[in-house]
Design a protein around this ligand. Sequence first.
Ligand code: PMP
Ligand code: GLN
Length: 380
Amino acid sequence: MHHNSKLPHVGTTIFTVMSTLAQQHNALNLSQGFPNFKSDQKLIDLVTNAMNSGYNQYAPMAGNLELRVAITNKFEKLYNISYHPDSEITVTSGATQAIFTIISAFIKPEDEVLIFRPAYDCYEPAIALNGGKTISVQLEAPHYQVDWTAVAKKVNSKTKMMIINTPQNPSGTIFSEEDMLKLQDLLKGTDIILLSDEVYEHIIFDDKNHQSVCMFPDLKSRSFVVASFGKTFHNTGWKLGYCCAPKELMAEFQKVHQFNVFCVNHPMQKALADYLQDPNHYLQLSTFYQRKRDLFLSLIKDSRFKFTPAEGAYFQILDYSNITMENDVDFAKRLTIDHKIAAIPLSVFNTDNLDNKVLRFCFAKTDDTLKQAADILNSI
Ligand code: PMP
Ligand code: GLN
């Protein structure tokens, strides 16, 4: 049987490639972004409670109402912003499904979608599957700052959507308030939809504040905010997240969502609704991960790897140009096979696979794993 692939240039995601290689070679896996420690037992018990209390059938299409109310309360508390639980919030199967569904709901053939590279890898295939065209703005290592004048030159009448991600995966950088104000100015008077991937909103370091699009009125009115419980509560395998948007945008989203998944795991939604009642469950996350970042960096400070400390998310970029000039994919594979430590090469997220000789290491790991990782990195 013959068929033409809808994604002829797409292979297996780098996260699967590197995690599989790490497993095959029994290497420490600091590649794919997930914690190697347990989620809070209290949260796990709440799932069991929810199952025992009968939350075992379909949830409402938009999500369990108690959870949507808890999300509304979280936005009010954190940002003094209101999203209505009835019409402006949908609970999704992770941020990935929210992103795919947003893109499917709005992108038509020939529409342009502007993204910043290095970019998380699920954006471009979703745009392509809907016939859209990805327009990339390449950010430069090591600071990955945005030149908003250059961005403005890429915006035209075909631009339907822009995707931003702060704190950013894979670079570990963040957008400042000034970035957000420049973005707001740039989009003023256009019909461009903004998809704001904020899955690392609670992981931000050195007393900086997360700049959510919802805090900027002219951005909020055109935006989807996308969030992931997996990142916040150390359970990436549960695949639960949500998105928020003004009701006209959310109505279009739900037209697709209802036929894409209809609804997502009900007992876990009920458990998350209960768990969110205590804001400390997410407010302590920055301190928790900053300590891990600092431990990891202090342990490798005398190694041959160079770094600028991550500003947010749980990824640290390490520059290996003092060690070798081999390409980053080859070096990442060699590190895994010969040195038993796996990381993610950044070139796969860049325009034309630009190779800056940097790798991404996930520090959402136990202190013991971080120490073992540092021992290896110090020996290279
Ligand atoms: N966006 C970014 C930037 C991510 O790093 C990830 C991975 N967690 C996702 C989206 C997808 O999140 P989820 O696992 O909730 O689908
Ligand atoms: N978000 C995770 C990362 O950046 C991976 C998720 C996935 O494997 N698709 O590593």
